[in-house]
Ligand binder design. Structure first.
Ligand SMILES: Cc1cc2nc3c(=O)[nH]c(=O)nc-3n(C[C@H](O)[C@H](O)[C@H](O)COP(=O)(O)OP(=O)(O)OC[C@H]3O[C@@H](n4cnc5c(N)ncnc54)[C@H](O)[C@@H]3O)c2cc1C
Length: 404
């Protein structure tokens, strides 16, 4: 016979948000169970930040998040800040450094962050049950009954922390969205974010030749700009600047790349024509880029001959392209490699203070399943920590618990 376990809080999903919520619930003395269908917890934490986990950012601001309601994330982010998480990391003696732009990475492996969270979970005595498939969720007057492959959990408070759709091979499923719909919630359009672009036109062959080369650029699309590195890949363009802008890009949009962000390229080319009229384009472009890039740009922009024999209007047009090169990606690599899922559970139907459903008492949505998506740089984990923390706090307050 399948067993039935009674608990005050059940957290589905042992990723970043679910682990934080379970730890905080345990700290507050709430009887809690954490379950996950995967064979290991926190798989995305392990693979994050290139294996060094960019666990937060010194400069967490609401403006670093995309959401249909730009104000929604403010409350949680102000109640559990980057400094709170850094304090936990310090307490566990984990060494870290600021890589760039306030991004904090472990000096060692991401495993240190997961081990820290599992130690905390263990300390507060919250059991974690892995390889547990959720079969159905029902609600009666008092309880949520969550039927799983390992028995039924009867809980007064249910926390959905099942993440988004990115990287299905790491255990991502759409169950959080299905449960939201089951309980009457609206879902906002979901799409892959922080994801490389692919090109199928003539750009592809050129980019592929430069695969592995990185340039500092400024990229813009839909009123957003990012000044970060761009990486050529076999399929198109990646690197921080492209991942960032991909979250703002829509199918069919152009992106605009300033290949010389701090230079007026037209003035520079006209000056080169005056001072070195016998130079060819590859030689001149090589002042700013490796020869392979200069050759590729000369090929893409069909540049031949010497500067001295090129009409000024052609140089003006080339300068404009170097400062504002408009190209149209044919798509993105999609959920297969995306770091995040944009969209999700509509924030208008959740409390921003507690993450509780406005329709179903004692039902909470936290982390990536919610329509709050951070920029690259540790912002997504900070959202997971903060939303998990405030939901746990709210459940504890409802139950009138006192910390252990
Ligand atoms: C390659 C990569 C690198 C990243 N690097 C960074 C980084 O350095 N910094 C940063 O801030 N963000 C990074 N992110 C984003 C970050 O990992 C996510 O935003 C964050 O993990 C979201 O936390 P979450 O708890 O909401 O979801 P997740 O961490 O995805 O956790 C969801 C959990 O739910 C479980 N689950 C799913 N379906 C079910 C089901 N049906 N039944 C039971 N359990 C289920 C999953 O197994 C998983 O354990 C990265 C993402 C990727 C893919």
């Amino acid at each position: 016979m399948a067993k039935t376990i009674q608990t005050d809080a059940l957290v589905i999903g042992a990723g970043a948000a679910g682990l934080m919520a379970a730890i905080q619930l345990g700290r507050q003395g709430v009887t809690t169970q954490l379950i996950d269908h995967a064979n290991k917890p926190g798989k995305k934490i392990l693979m994050s930040g290139g294996g060094r986990c960019n666990f937060t950012n010194y400069y967490v601001e609401p403006t670093r998040y995309l959401s249909n309601n730009e104000h929604f994330c403010k409350s949680a982010l102000s109640r559990y800040t980057q400094w709170d998480f850094i304090a936990m990391v310090d307490q566990h003696g984990i060494a870290y450094h600021e890589k760039t732009l306030g991004q904090l990475f472990c000096d060692g492996k991401s495993k240190a962050i997961l081990e820290m969270l599992l130690t905390e979970l263990d300390d507060v005595g919250v059991p974690l049950q892995l390889e547990t498939d959720v079969l159905s969720v029902e609600k009666d007057e008092q309880h949520y009954s969550v039927r799983t492959s390992r028995g039924t959990y009867k809980t007064t408070h249910l926390v959905i922390a099942t993440g988004g759709l990115s990287i299905p091979t790491m255990g991502a499923t759409g169950i959080g969205y299905q449960l939201a719909e089951q309980f009457g919630h609206r879902l906002l359009e979901r799409r892959a974010g922080l994801v490389p672009f692919i090109f199928t036109d003539h750009h592809k062959a050129v980019f592929s030749k430069l695969s592995g080369t990185s340039l500092r650029v400024s990229v813009s699309c839909n009123q957003q700009s990012f000044d970060e590195d761009m990486l050529f890949t076999h399929r198109g363009l990646s690197g921080p600047s492209m991942l960032q802008i991909s979250s703002y890009w829509r199918e069919g949009d152009f992106i605009e790349i300033d290949l010389l962000p701090s230079i007026d390229a037209t003035q520079w080319l006209l000056e080169q024509k005056r001072t070195a009229p016998k130079s060819g384009f590859v030689k001149v472009l090589s002042q700013h880029w490796p020869k392979s890039v200069a050759e590729a740009l000369a090929q893409l922009f069909e540049l031949t001959g010497m500067l001295g024999e090129t009409a000024d209007r052609h140089l003006v047009s080339l300068g404009e392209k170097l400062n504002a090169w408009r190209i149209k990606p044919s798509g993105t690599e999609g959920y297969r490699t995306a770091e995040v899922t944009l969209g999700g559970v509509d924030t208008d139907e959740l409390s921003s203070k507690t993450m509780e459903s406005k329709y179903q008492p004692n039902l909470y949505f936290i982390g990536e399943v919610v329509d709050v998506t951070g920029h690259l740089g540790g912002f997504n984990f900070q959202w997971a920590w903060a939303s998990g923390y405030v939901a746990a706090q709210a459940i504890s307050d409802t139950l009138g618990n006192t910390p252990d």
